[in-house]
Design a protein around this ligand. Structure first.
Ligand code: AMP
Length: 570
């Protein structure tokens, strides 16, 4: 499963990768969750329509909050991001089970390379809440490479490959080595807050300035303000997508008072708006290249992933930065899910894949606090970071560092574990600590071996032992203070499992109704009245459970929608 910020996909390995369509026949399921009036959870395209009509009962882009304590509201109930993700996983699981005709119990789920430990755990928990054992949490760029790594022909030759993955909400860069079917991650860097949506935000700001509308932030947070903000964002995305294939696009929104605001956006104007965002792409690229000690000219290939790499200005920027045209042989929306399916195949030890070996890297430096060379103490936040496992070390990895106590005759040492790149531990993230009792000795007679073992799933085990005393202690870092497990109670699980997902077989009708309701809110006057009548007829037919009546009313409603919103995909 590729659990994306904007879309999610599910695939399976059966003598090759198959992407699995949802109940609407599409492989991309919008990562949007809504709670309808009857208390049923709606996931996907219908939920995305409800962002327009029921913004207070609908949530999108929650992946950004995975692993944080933030709660997002669906009506009067609130959910953590991993709980919302679990609904998406439940929907994908139901799609997979319908497609395969058998129960699905295990999954490989992808995450941005830059996800922290807490975020990876939250992802795992989301799978578990959906009744799946998450067999592997796989980095998205690694998955993208894996999708390409198999078909050596499309990569062209062995060598270093840079994966440039710009999705809806995150940007990931990874440098990988591909040699004879072996994919090794050399370095990864990224920005968890940079994606297609940031280009939408820039467009909304531009549009507001052009048309003199109040900025969404200046509106009250009431239903009208939320509605307008949602409409603006949708109009921005539509204009941006159109610009991927046209020289200009009209961005337009219907205002709550019935008037219409519009502005013409040219590719040049968009390029100027996008410049600060393109600038932000450069930093993670430079870091990934520096960490892997590779110059752009030495890269064998550049691979594009993520829907936002369809923007010509992003492709142009990538071509400029690397001095060549990036590869995009596999659909950028599908490449991560395809790689995840390959990984699932690997897991099943599919005979065809036995030559492929996969390694991964630790995304952050992990270390302990030691005393500043000039004195002071290693207590609290004042110590210096002693790296034990450096970022971009290939994992699984196990590293040993020896340290001595700060003073003679110390009775114990405190081992404080941190993650991050700063020299001083106070600027890094504390992961945990423990103490090791010592038999008091002179400093020179004491040596403490600290071992860090970091496994492929990002779980860190730290042990410390006194060589002179033969004693040792260890700690497994499972989570930080905001770890999702803390909130994962039996009571919470009961609340979640009591919520039913809208049945798959009603999906097309659900989407039609959601879209009609969204448009009803946008329209005024005669158009609204006609639409209202068509909705009433459809609703009545649904309630009467008369298949023929439902079929006719659905056709009539779809015709009305097509007249109001020509060109909208149905
Ligand atoms: P992902 O998170 O990989 O699903 O990427 C989704 C992002 O890709 C969203 O911000 C979309 O607006 C963007 N996207 C998808 N298709 C296009 C397109 N044809 N042109 C521009 N952006 C696109």
């Amino acid at each position: 499963m590729d659990l994306g910020t904007t879309h999610s996909l599910v695939g399976v390995w059966r003598d090759g990768v198959e992407l699995i369509p949802n109940a609407l026949g599409e492989v991309l399921t919008p990562s949007v969750v809504s709670l309808d009036d009857s208390g049923t959870i709606v996931v996907g395209a219908a939920a995305r329509e409800r962002l327009g009509s029921h913004p207070d009962r609908t949530v999108a882009a929650f992946k950004r909050y995975m692993g944080t304590p933030r709660r997002l509201a669906l009506g009067t109930q609130t959910f953590r991001a991993e709980e919302l993700a679990s609904f998406v996983i439940r929907a994908l699981r139901a799609d997979a089970e319908a497609w395969l005709g058998e129960p699905v119990t295990e999954a490989v789920v992808t995450v941005p390379a830059y996800f922290s430990d807490a975020q990876r755990r939250a992802t795992r928990l989301a799978g578990e809440l959906a009744g799946l054992k998450v067999e592997r949490v796989l980095n998205e760029p690694t998955a993208a490479a894996l999708a390409y790594g198999l078909s050596a022909g499309s990569v062209g030759q062995d060598g270093s490959v840079l994966v440039f993955d710009l999705g809806g909400g995150t940007f990931d860069v990874s440098v990988l080595d591909i040699h004879g079917g072996i994919v090794e991650v050399r370095a990864s860097a990224g920005d968890n807050f940079l994606g297609g949506e940031d280009f939408d935000d820039a467009l909304v700001a531009w549009f507001v300035a052009q048309t003199g509308l109040p900025a969404p932030g200046a509106l009250d947070a009431g239903p009208q303000g939320l509605l307008l903000a949602a409409w603006l964002r949708r109009a921005a995305e539509a204009a941006r997508r159109r610009l991927s294939t046209h020289d200009s696009a009209t961005m337009a929104v219907q205002l709550p008072d019935g008037t219409r605001a519009e502005a013409l956006l040219t590719a040049e104007a968009f390029a100027a708006l996008a410049e600060p965002l393109l600038e932000r792409l450069r930093r993670p690229i430079a870091r990934a290249l520096a960490d892997s000690r590779i110059r752009p000219a030495e890269l064998a290939q550049v691979v594009l992933a993520g829907g936002a790499t369809r923007m010509p200005l992003v492709r142009k920027e990538a071509a400029r930065l690397f001095g060549r045209l990036p590869l995009h042989g596999i659909d950028p929306d599908e490449v991560v899910a395809r790689g995840a399916a390959v990984q699932a195949g690997l897991k099943m030890r599919a005979a065809a894949l036995q030559d492929v070996v996969l390694t991964d890297v630790a995304p952050y430096t992990l270390g302990i606090s030691v005393m500043e060379p000039g004195g002071g103490s290693s207590d609290g936040d004042t110590g210096r970071m002693l790296p034990v496992i450096e970022r971009n070390t290939v994992v699984p990895a196990s590293r040993l560092r020896s340290v001595v106590p700060a003073q003679d005759f110390q009775r114990q040492v405190q081992v404080r574990i941190y993650q991050g790149e700063s020299r001083l531990v106070r600027d890094n993230i504390a992961l945990g600590s423990f103490s090791l009792a010592l038999v008091p000795r002179r400093m020179q007679d004491q040596s403490i071996a600290v071992r860090f073992t970091y496994d492929i799933d990002g779980i860190l085990e730290v042990s410390a032992s006194s060589e002179a005393d033969g004693t040792s202690r260890r700690i497994v870092i499972r989570h930080g203070a905001d770890a999702p497990e803390v909130h994962d109670t039996a009571e919470r699980r009961a609340v979640l499992s009591a919520l039913q997902l809208h049945p798959r077989d009603g999906a097309a009708h659900r989407l039609l109704l959601a879209r009609a309701e969204r448009l009803y809110e946008e329209l005024l006057g005669a158009g609204r009245e006609t639409l209202g009548q068509a909705i009433d007829r459809f609703d009545a037919a649904l309630h009467a459970q008369d298949p023929e009546g439902v079929h006719d009313a659905a056709r009539a409603l779809a015709t009305v929608l097509q007249r109001i919103e020509p060109g909208h995909p149905t």
